[in-house]
Design a protein around this ligand. Structure first.
Ligand SMILES: [Zn+2]
Length: 221
């Protein structure tokens, strides 16, 4: 039976390292290992990857990954060890290749979990009414209530090309809070994110003023 040949034993080393063989087959591999230095060396290569395989468990994908710091070194060491026998490596190292692929899949899922845990979900935009005080300008605005302050997402046309405009938010007492500046681009549609340290619950309106300090757009909310 081909499974009992040297080549057949090599194909079973991955499952052997993972302790996934039925007892009879496991005993046959053990007996072969006793008398075959090549297969013992192969097992030495497979076993470290098998130890790391639990990291690829899909049930762990929701937990934050803790990649062992030595993993990269192990993979590199395996690649280096494989290099002299490269001509036949891909034929005899099937189980190793399967382990490596499983590990990479596991870390991909871990990265997705990390992304979900640390990248904030999109926040709802709050549309607010605007009034343009310049015939050439049209503008729309939405607010983003960040934890560190309110952001104005201003979309508009007609802000004069090359001119500087200044955004100011106001709190309930009428105090001005700077929310940044931008340069007009004329007739092209412009989308501008203007940030302020004033919190959303304290903000009651904003103004966009031109270089002379005259308001060209205002909003109350
Ligand atoms: Zn052998």
């Amino acid at each position: 039976m081909s499974g009992d040949s040297h080549g057949g034993m090599r194909d079973l080393l991955g499952a052997y390292a993972l302790d996934m063989l039925e007892p009879g087959r496991r005993a046959a591999v053990s007996a072969h290992l006793d008398g075959c230095a090549a297969c013992r060396a192969e097992l030495g290569f497979v076993a470290p990857a098998a130890e790391l395989l639990p990291l690829a468990d899909p049930d762990r994908a929701s937990a934050l990954p803790e990649p062992p710091p030595e993993l990269g070194e192990r993979i590199l060491a395996g690649v280096r060890a494989e290099r002299p026998a490269r001509a036949r490596a891909w034929r005899i190292r099937g189980p190793v290749a399967a382990c490596a692929a499983a590990l990479l899949v596991g870390f991909g899922a871990g990265a997705a979990a990390w992304h979900a845990a640390f990248v904030p979900a999109p926040v709802p935009l709050e549309g607010v009414a605007t009034t343009a005080h310049d015939d050439g300008i049209s503008a729309e605005a939405e607010l983003v209530p960040h934890t560190w302050g309110v952001e104005i997402r201003l979309t508009g046309t007609g802000f004069r090309e090359g001119r500087t405009y200044r955004a100011t938010l106001f709190d309930g007492s009428g105090t001005a809070h700077p929310a940044g500046e931008f340069v007009g681009v004329g007739g092209d549609r412009m989308v501008c994110n203007l940030n302020s340290a004033l919190l959303r619950q304290d903000a009651v309106g904003f103004e966009i003023t031109d270089e002379s300090g005259e308001p060209v757009v205002s909003s109350s909310f």
